[in-house]
Design a protein around this ligand. Structure first.
Ligand SMILES: Nc1ncnc2c1ncn2[C@@H]1O[C@H](COP(=O)(O)OP(=O)(O)O)[C@@H](O)[C@H]1O
Ligand SMILES: [Mg+2]
Length: 503
């Protein structure tokens, strides 16, 4: 691994040839080196969802201080050319001093080494800085060497769930379901490109004019997509969906108002009696999160095979076999699709197959699995409503290229899928399960279905969506299954004996 190549700050400098494979633990590294406040120890007040968390005046937290410096400070703002000039000057001096054979995976040690050189260079060049500016400059340089440059503080902030880089000067984050613009800046397109290269090259992937977009993953599991010019017209674009270290629990979702305890109780029973369930919703509506929650209801003595593009599910059961698909390599070879993995999973004696997302022909294999003795399987589908979920499934099955008549496909769907759990991201950033819908049967040419639970929106108060999550009063046709499994749900789960119930 060549340190020089790795972070040369020259406009056309090659880079990304080495990667320490772990930016986890960066927080502790940041904390241990003369920082005033640890990133995650920053006071939460005024930071949650506050626009300008990464912009505007600093709020006392180290993060704010590092990324958006106060007006009137010697270095002014990170978008200032003077900051980049200084950073580049010190950084270049530092690279020439550092041993190119330095093992970058020993991050704590490398950090100390960098700090020693950094201090000496400032002294030699007669650069005096306030403590705050000095820390910030050091962090920026350390982030270039050890991490992912200007977005490093965003990556280590647990409150940030997504990072969106729209070219060098516009960096947005999602916090608590809302999108905010930050004050984080890259110097130019090249600078963004270097960070992209550093993310993708350790995975043996490459992004260039010939293949201008790429999917990748950070060592911590966060998902990354990058699109570069000429496809992107605003410079290189990076979208990072951060991997949450502690997955949300059913209790969390109830607390957030995404569903009620009764709905949890009902879904728990549905999973235990092995219903085939499709979780549907738009992008970022919380499908994967909900699939993870549903999967947590699978009894511990079952053999579970999970299949995903990038492993996001975090199952606690003992007997879990996670499989991950693989994109083609640079030569366009070696692709293993979700579909290949579903087919293979059937030969692995699964009790349950959980597929992270159906986006293509694997939907057919999944339906067949559900129909042939692998009941209790689950997946997610991108859609706008429960009805739309069914038509999406049809489209996905057609993508398998089997030339099946539409009616046959519908019959497959009607007999395979028991339940659709549909979720939406509301205008206020909250997620709601808007429908738990039972799929019934073919009636004429269409599949009939009935809502068991719905979210009734009442309005918006103080910017929050208000409404009621309620049972419709309809008893599902599969209640017998509960009884057979000795699961006795109180009638109140379905809305009986509830004063508010109006079927
Ligand atoms: N019920 C919920 N309430 C609040 N935030 C949620 C909820 N479900 C998921 N999230 C958050 O929303 C983001 C997207 O969730 P994810 O499950 O990956 O969505 P999808 O798979 O639909 O794209 C994640 O940051 C996740 O933590
Ligand atoms: Mg998902």
């Amino acid at each position: 691994m060549n340190l020089l190549k790795r972070f040369e700050d020259a406009p056309n400098g090659p880079n990304g040839s080495g990667h320490d494979g772990g930016r986890g633990g960066l927080n502790s590294r940041l904390n241990g080196a003369g920082q005033n406040t640890p990133v995650n120890g920053a006071p939460p007040s005024g930071s949650i969802g506050a626009p300008g968390r990464y912009g505007g005046p600093p709020e006392g937290g180290a993060l704010a201080a590092r990324t958006a410096l106060a007006g009137g400070s010697a270095l002014a703002n990170s978008r200032d050319a003077s900051f980049y000039d200084l950073k580049r000057k010190v950084q270049n001096a530092l690279i020439t001093e550092l041993d190119p054979k330095l093992d970058l995976s020993a991050t704590a040690q490398v950090r100390r080494t960098i700090e020693e050189h950094f201090n000496r260079i400032l002294e030699q060049q007669g650069i005096t800085l306030s403590r705050q500016d000095r820390n910030r400059l050091f962090e920026a340089i350390a982030a270039e060497i050890l991490g992912f440059g200007p977005i490093e503080p965003l990556l280590s902030d647990d409150n940030v769930t997504e990072i969106m880089v729209n070219g060098p000067k516009m960096v947005y984050v999602e916090q608590h379901g809302r999108i905010y613009r930050t004050d984080v800046r890259f110097r130019d397109d090249e600078h963004v490109m270097r960070v992209i290269d550093r993310i993708v090259s350790p995975l043996g992937r490459r992004v260039d004019e010939a293949s201008p977009y790429v999917d990748a993953r950070l060592p911590d599991g966060s998902r990354v997509n990058a699109v570069i010019p000429p496809i992107s017209l605003i410079g290189p674009v990076i979208t990072i969906r951060k991997f949450s270290k502690t997955p949300l629990t059913p209790d969390d979702l109830v607390r957030f108002g995404s569903l009620t305890n009764q709905m949890v109780e009902f879904l728990d029973a549905c999973v235990r009696v092995r219903l085939n369930i499709i979780v549907s919703g738009g992008t970022g509506s919380g499908k994967t999160t909900l699939l993870n929650v549903l999967s947590s209801f699978i009894p511990n003595d079952e053999r579970i095979i999970t299949i995903e593009d990038a492993a996001e599910l975090q199952l606690r059961q003992e007997h879990v076999i996670p499989l991950e698909s693989r994109p083609a390599n640079i030569e366009g070879k070696g692709r293993i699709s979700i579909r290949d993995l579903v087919a293979n999973a059937l030969r692995m004696r699964p009790d349950r197959i959980v597929v992270g997302e159906c986006r293509g022909g694997e939907a057919l294999d999944m339906l067949q699995a559900m129909n042939t003795g692998h009941e209790g399987s689950m997946t997610t589908v991108h859609s706008n409503s429960p009805r739309d979920t069914l038509s999406r499934l049809e489209t996905l099955v057609l993508m398998a290229g089997m030339d099946l008549p539409l009616r046959a496909i519908r019959e497959q769907i009607a007999s395979a899928v028991h339940l659709i759990v549909h979720q939406e991201r509301m205008k206020d950033g909250s997620r709601k399960i808007t429908n738990i819908t039972e799929v019934l049967r073919m009636e004429g040419d269409i599949i009939s279905m009935q809502d068991l639970f719905v979210f009734e929106q009442q309005g918006i108060e103080n910017g929050r969506v208000t409404g009621r999550l309620r049972p419709t009063g309809i008893r599902p046709s599969f209640v017998d299954r509960f009884e057979l499994a000795n699961i006795h749900l109180p009638p109140s789960v379905f809305g009986y004996g509830d004063a508010n119930w109006r079927g």
